[in-house]
Design a protein around this ligand. Sequence first.
Ligand SMILES: [Zn+2]
Length: 319
Amino acid sequence: MDTQFSCRFCKNTDIVNSYSAIDIRDNQWYICKCNSCKAFFLAPDPTEKELKLAYDSNYYGEEESKFTFSVERFIDFYRYKRAKKISTQISKKARVLDLGCGNGRFLKHLSSLGDFELSGIELEGGSAERAAKLKEINLKIGTLNENDYAPEYFDAVTLFHVFEHLDKPEETIKIINTILKKDGLLVMSLPNIAGWQSKIFKGKWYHLDPPRHLIFFNPDDLVKIINSKGFRLISKSWLSFEQNPYGWVQSCLNCFCRRREVLYERLKGNKNYAPEYGSFSIFMQKLFFIFSFPFFVLVDLVESIFGKSATVQLTFRKN
Ligand SMILES: [Zn+2]
């Protein structure tokens, strides 16, 4: 490919252009694949202005929480389940860092399950403001940088749907390796670009989320890379009722609507997005959501058996 682009992960310039995607502001992006490290990445690099727009108040939700009450309750139930699981894998006095901690609800749940020392990092914005109100969390607003924490400080570092947003993913893994103790836990969930949804919907796939998602991997390739950086894989889990069935719903809707993520934006309370879709269209999209969701839960069960789900959670321990 004749281009000035280089791989976001390994900086190699031997890359191929896979397909294009249009974001919610009608900007066109390309998904490129690196022939060296096998990363898929968004190109060109979004400008600071484009990222600022992408993470404006509409991203975090207009109201107190990101979503409407019932959706937030549904997501919160899974945050609690995640916290419960991780609490069994660490000591009761463990130090935990949640990178991209959002509104801090995962750490809040974790605080009720042990005598943990909890840290969170979140970009400036509505979610960070909500997290800052939780006294259980030592919050840093911004990004993870070298020397933020002492070497071997943490017993666990978690990144729930954060890795794909990272501007410098390779450097971030290096820093995590430094601040984790030996046998420390690294838990990350991320979109699976080798999954069925990605293969079927390509540029219209919900979890592509341009221009916020900058980097993707086939999980097998990512596991090899992270293992090579001083970790060992403990488990891989595919089933995610909070992510994968809705991915099918919204990706299907993205094929019918000219603009992407119309229903998702409305569910977040972003009333200004895509006004050309009136109340009847939104009503029909909600009906499709309600009636197709149970079917897509079954589909998620099947795709998880084959390791082809739209998202994956990887758990490593540091060597
Ligand atoms: Zn690469």
